[in-house]
Design a binder for this molecule. Structure first.
Ligand code: URP
Ligand code: ZN
Ligand code: ZN
Ligand code: ZN
Length: 477
C-alpha cells in the first residue's frame, strides 16, 4: 500500500474551493487537510511515499464520463476504440471512470448482452467502468430480465426513439419499459429523436441526390428532437418513470426539459462537448482537399450538430448555467475515416454515427471556465459530481473527501494544449477537434490511489480498472 500526499493545490468541489492537502492511503482518500498539516506531530510530506506538488493548480475529483460506446457494433463496423485504448485515452484526459452501454438487441437476451460487455471490458480497462443497459427489444422476456439489472449494479437503461430496425422502440414498448422503470427505480435514459420520420426525410433527401454528410443534419431536424423529447417526457410523467435524456443538442429540446423540470418532474438532460462548440454549417458542411464534401463525415453523429445561425450552441451553454441541463458526457463513439466513415462515401445514411471525445471532455469543458461561461465549481459538478450522483456512484466517486476512492486530477490552469490526431491517444485517424487550442492541462491523474498519468508519461496498465457495481440514482427526489 502506498501513501500519496497532494500538497499546495486548490481543492475544488461542486460547492466550493479552498487550499488543502489531500492524503491518499492505498486506494482511498483519508484526509483533506489544512495546508502543511502535521499528523501526530509528524511532518506528513516526509512520511508518505509520494508527494505531488500542486502549487498553483486545481485538485479535482477524477472525471466521470457517463456515456461511452467502446467497441460498439454500428452500421456494419464497430467503434474503433476498444476498452483498452478508449479507457487509456480517457485517463490521459483526466477521466477516471466511464459508464459504457451494454447492448441487447431484438431477439437477444438482456443477460447475454450484459455478459458480452463484461467480456469485452474485464481485464482491459485503465480506469474504473460501469454499464448502462441498452434495451433494443422490449418484450415480455426483456422486461422480466430487467428485474435483475439492479443486482448486477446496472441501474439505468437506454431506449431509442431513433434507428428503426436497429435499436428502436415504439411508444407501446417505451411505455412498458417506463412502467418497469417506475416499479424498480431503474433510471430510463432516452435517445429522443423521431426515427421513423427522420428515415423518411433522409430517404427523400438521398433520392433528390442530396447525399453529402451535411444532409444528415438536415434530415435529423430539430423538430424531430423536440417532438421526441416531449413525447418521452409525457410517457415518463404518465408512468412515474424518472427520465434522463441523452445527448441533447436542440435548444427546443432543452426548452422541453426546462418546462418539465419547472413542473417539478424527475426529468434530466445531458449534453456533449460537440453540441456546445460545433455546428451544422462549419463541421457537417465542411470541405477539405483530402475528402471534399465528405469531410463532414467526421462529425456525423446523432443527435446531429445543430445550426449556429439558429443559436443552439449558445443556448446550450446557458442551459448549463441555469441547470436545465445537468451534466456533460461525450457519447464517445469513434470511427476512423478510412474504412469506417468511408462506408457512407456515397450516401450519408451509411456513415457510422459517432464522434470520439473521451480524451478531451475535461479540457473542453474547462474552456467554459476560462472564458467565463461557467464557474470552476460548475465544471466539477458537470463533469464529475453530478454524473456520480445521477448514476449511483457518489461518495466513492465524484468528490474529494475521506472515504472516497483516490480518483484525483491535478489540473494546471496555466497549461496549454493543442488538440490533434497526431498527439491524441484515441484510436482514431482524425480528430473532431483538430487544431483546437485549449487553455489548461491535465498534469497528474490518480486512479484509486495509483498515479497513472504524470507530466506527460503514462504509468497505468490495462486491467487497472475495476467494474463499478452502481447503486440507484442519488439524484432523484
Ligand atoms: O452518433 C451517436 N450518438 N452514436 C452512438 C449511438 C448513440 O445514439 O448514442
Ligand atoms: Zn443515442
Ligand atoms: Zn450514445
Ligand atoms: Zn501542465
Amino acid at each position: 500500500m502506498t501513501t500519496t500526499l497532494i500538497t499546495g493545490g486548490t481543492v475544488v468541489s461542486a460547492t466550493g474551493r479552498g487550499e488543502a492537502d489531500v492524503l491518499i492511503d492505498g486506494e482511498t482518500i483519508v484526509g483533506v487537510l489544512a495546508p502543511g498539516s502535521q499528523l501526530l506531530g509528524t511532518d506528513l510530506a516526509a512520511s508518505v511515499d509520494t508527494v505531488i506538488d500542486a502549487t498553483g493548480k486545481y485538485v479535482i475529483p477524477g472525471g466521470i464520463d457517463a456515456h461511452t460506446h467502446m467497441e460498439l457494433p454500428f452500421g456494419g463496423t464497430a467503434a474503433s476504440d476498444t476498452f483498452e485504448t478508449g479507457t487509456r485515452a480517457a485517463a490521459w484526459g483526466g477521466t477516471t471512470s466511464i459508464i459504457d452501454f451494454a447492448v441487447q438487441r431484438y431477439g437477444e437476451r438482456v443477460e447475454d448482452g450484459l455478459a458480452a460487455w463484461h467480456e469485452k471490458a474485464a481485464g482491459n480497462c485503465a480506469i474504473d467502468y460501469g454499464f448502462h443497459q441498452i434495451i433494443g427489444g422490449v418484450d415480455d422476456e426483456s422486461l422480466r430480465a430487467m428485474d435483475s439489472l439492479i443486482d448486477e449494479g446496472v441501474t439505468s437503461f437506454k431506449l431509442f426513439m431513433a434507428y428503426p430496425g436497429v435499436f428502436y422502440s415504439d411508444d407501446a414498448q417505451i411505455l412498458r419499459a417506463m412502467q418497469k422503470s417506475a416499479d424498480t427505480g431503474l433510471l430510463t435514459m432516452m435517445h429522443a429523436e423521431n426515427g421513423p420520420a427522420i428515415d423518411v426525410l433522409a430517404a427523400q433527401l438521398a433520392e433528390a441526390g442530396k447525399k453529402a454528410p451535411y444532409y444528415h443534419g438536415i434530415a435529423r431536424a430539430w423538430q424531430m428532437e423536440e417532438e421526441a423529447t416531449h413525447r418521452a417526457i409525457m410517457l415518463a410523467n404518465l408512468t412515474g418513470a424518472p427520465l434522463y435524456v441523452v445527448h441533447v443538442s436542440a435548444k427546443q429540446a432543452v426548452d422541453q426539459l426546462a418546462w418539465a423540470r419547472d413542473q417539478g418532474w424527475n426529468v434530466f438532460g445531458e449534453t456533449c462537448p460537440q453540441y456546445l462548440y460545433l455546428s451544422l454549417e462549419e463541421q457537417l458542411g465542411a470541405f477539405s482537399e483530402e475528402w471534399g464534401q465528405f469531410e463532414g463525415a467526421k462529425w456525423v453523429c446523432s443527435t446531429p450538430l445543430r445550426s449556429r445561425v439558429e443559436g443552439h450552441q449558445h443556448h446550450m451553454w446557458q442551459a448549463l448555467r441555469t441547470n436545465d441541463i445537468q451534466m456533460v458526457s461525450t457519447d464517445h463513439c469513434p470511427f476512423c475515416m478510412k474504412g469506417q466513415k468511408e462506408l457512407g462515401k456515397d450516401d450519408f445514411r451509411a456513415i457510422p454515427n459517432g464522434i470520439g471525445s473521451v480524451e478531451h471532455r475535461m479540457d473542453l469543458m474547462y474552456q467554459g471556465v476560462a472564458t467565463g461561461q461557467i464557474t470552476l465549481e460548475r465544471w466539477v459538478e458537470l463533469t464529475s459530481t453530478t454524473p456520480a450522483r445521477m448514476f449511483g456512484l457518489y461518495g466513492k466517486k465524484g468528490v474529494i473527501q475521506p472515504g472516497a476512492d483516490g480518483d484525483v486530477v491535478v489540473y494546471d490552469p496555466h497549461g496549454h494544449t493543442t488538440i490533434s490526431a497526431a498527439s491524441h491517444h484515441m484510436n482514431m485517424d482524425h480528430s473532431a477537434w483538430e487544431g483546437f487550442e485549449v487553455d489548461g492541462h491535465v498534469d497528474t491523474v490518480i486512479s484509486r490511489g495509483r498515479v497513472i498519468v504524470d507530466g506527460g508519461t503514462y504509468h497505468g496498465s490495462k486491467g487497472d480498472g475495476q467494474y463499478l457495481r452502481r447503486g440507484l440514482s442519488q439524484y432523484l427526489v
